[in-house]
Design a protein around this ligand. Structure first.
Ligand code: ATP
Ligand code: MN
Length: 463
């Protein structure tokens, strides 16, 4: 049996002058007189392996000459130093076995560049393109790094439920799940659907955030994090919103807003520092074809501490800007993308953490500051992207929490378990949510969040 090696291993530590087998897909083929040069890739890295297939191969005419992009192969041969420019090693084929043909008149990924729009129509194949291969390797590394970062610091990973009965953000963006017969719904007298007859005996939906559940275990284990799929039925058809995305949420007991900001900043710097080293080839592709300033932009996150300012200070800066914003600026508004962009891209040219937002635009669980008007919330804004993290210190005091629930029209009866945490050994605690696809979007420099997740779900589309 010959050793089967992945191409990244072959390129980065080749066993020269040995016979090896590789498996992969044809990327390109060049033919000159009696010889074919193939580049095959196997997904382990951006680069492919050069295969020299000579006329003397027994199936040269039958198979090798008919190879086209996308055909899958096993090649066995002698690995040698390459005399030509462009690659260090090449495999001199002794056997080429076709595993699966890909009819060039039908296979949609021919060599020419394909638009991202077109690739979105073939999510089952687009993983084979260079961009999606690079994106997926970066995404994979970032996901692993998130676990590394929190595990090294003693956090316990918590699997929060996907089916839930609490709408954490209170924004009415929850997808309802039901096993009721939709053509024959049980109804109350006033025509509302009677969910007491539904599977869970009440209305349930897909989680919009694991935070509330994470809070319960933070108050048992100290520091926890949850990293899982999150669902929002938001009809905002933007390049930064998905209906299904992954969110990483740490929750820390004995932590205030300051500590929350510190750990979020440390984490982002840790992730990007590592990725610039470990995924440099993949990043280089994006720096070349997608965003010329990508590496400088990533450096801008790592290089220096993030700018920190309060919402109130930010409003003053926006008002003094003399800009004619589409959404006029006044204290109390929810900041729009144009406002955030002005701060990150024009004023500070780097990451910005805003904190202490008006309580009127934030959910019930955030801790009310001493001024009675603002809450201990923070958003981290990245240049060219906008919000990447949203977090807060949570309201740990029972009475202020009940007041906020009343103000936000949240029914305390639905949250007795949450209130129990304030009744039994309550502690100051804080946490945040990192939108994982926003992180991948920023890291790759890609322009649309639909292109940083394998199977994007957006309004009107779930291919
Ligand atoms: P935005 O204002 O951008 O809609 P948000 O305030 O609704 O964000 P949070 O509820 O604070 O966001 O969620 C935490 C993080 O999850 C955000 O900082 C963002 O990175 C990410 N996020 C939120 N909504 C989406 C979405 N629909 N698709 C992808 N990521 C999202
Ligand atoms: Mn939102």
């Amino acid at each position: 049996m010959f050793i089967h090696q992945r191409i990244t291993k072959i390129l980065h530590g080749p066993d020269l002058n040995t016979i090896i087998s590789v498996y992969g897909w044809v990327k390109t083929k060049r033919e000159s007189k009696n010889i074919s040069f193939l580049e095959i890739t196997d997904g382990s890295c951006l680069q492919g392996l050069q295969i020299i297939a000579e006329h003397s191969l027994k199936n040269y005419e039958q198979d090798v000459q008919k190879l086209t992009t996308g055909v899958s192969l096993r090649v066995t041969g002698l690995l040698q130093k390459s005399p030509a420019k462009g690659q260090d090693v090449e495999l001199i084929a002794q056997e080429v076995e076709v595993l699966g043909w890909a009819d060039p008149s039908e296979y949609p990924l021919q060599k020419k560049k394909q638009s991202f729009d077109f690739l979105r129509s073939i999510p089952h194949l687009r993983g084979r393109t260079n961009s999606f291969g690079c994106m997926m390797r970066i995404r994979n590394r970032l996901s692993t790094l998130i676990h590394l970062f929190f595990q090294e610091r003693g956090f316990i990973q918590l699997h929060t439920p996907i089916i839930t009965t609490s709408d954490c953000e209170g924004a009415g963006e929850m997808f309802t799940i039901t096993s009721l017969d939709l053509d024959n719904l049980p109804r109350h007298e006033d025509n509302r659907v009677n969910y007491s007859e539904d599977f869970f005996g009440r209305q349930a939906g897909l989680t919009v955030s694991g935070q509330l559940e994470a809070e319960t275990y933070a108050q048992a284990l100290g520091q926890v994090y949850t990293f899982g799929p999150t669902f929002r039925a938001e009809n905002s058809n933007t390049s930064r919103h998905l209906a299904e995305f992954w969110m990483m949420e740490p929750e820390m007991s004995f932590c205030d807003l300051q500590g929350d900001m510190d750990i979020a900043e440390e984490m982002l710097q840790f992730l990007l520092t590592d990725i610039m080293e470990t995924c440099s080839d993949d990043l280089a592709l994006f720096a070349r074809f997608i965003d010329k300033n990508l590496l400088t932009k990533l450096q801008s996150i790592i290089r220096a501490p993030f700018t920190r300012l309060t919402y109130t200070e930010a409003i003053a800066i926006l008002q003094k800007s003399g800009r004619d914003f589409e959404f006029p600026v006044s204290w109390g508004i929810d900041l729009q993308a144009e406002h955030e962009k002005y701060l990150t891209d024009e004023i500070y040219r780097g990451p910005v953490i805003l904190r202490d937002y008006p309580k009127g635009i934030k959910p019930f669980y955030m801790r009310v500051n001493d001024d009675g008007q603002t809450v201990a919330a923070m958003d981290i804004l990245f240049p060219g992207l906008g919000e990447i993290i949203g977090g807060s210190q949570r309201e740990e005091r029972l009475d202020p929490l009940l007041d906020r629930m009343a103000e936000c029209k949240v029914n305390p009866d639905d949250y007795q378990w949450y209130l129990d945490l304030r009744r039994f050994g309550t502690v100051p605690h804080a946490g945040f949510g990192l939108g994982f696809e926003r992180l991948v979007l920023f890291t790759t420099g890609l322009g649309n969040i639909r292109d940083v997740i394998p199977f994007p779900r957006t309004p009107g589309s779930a291919l």
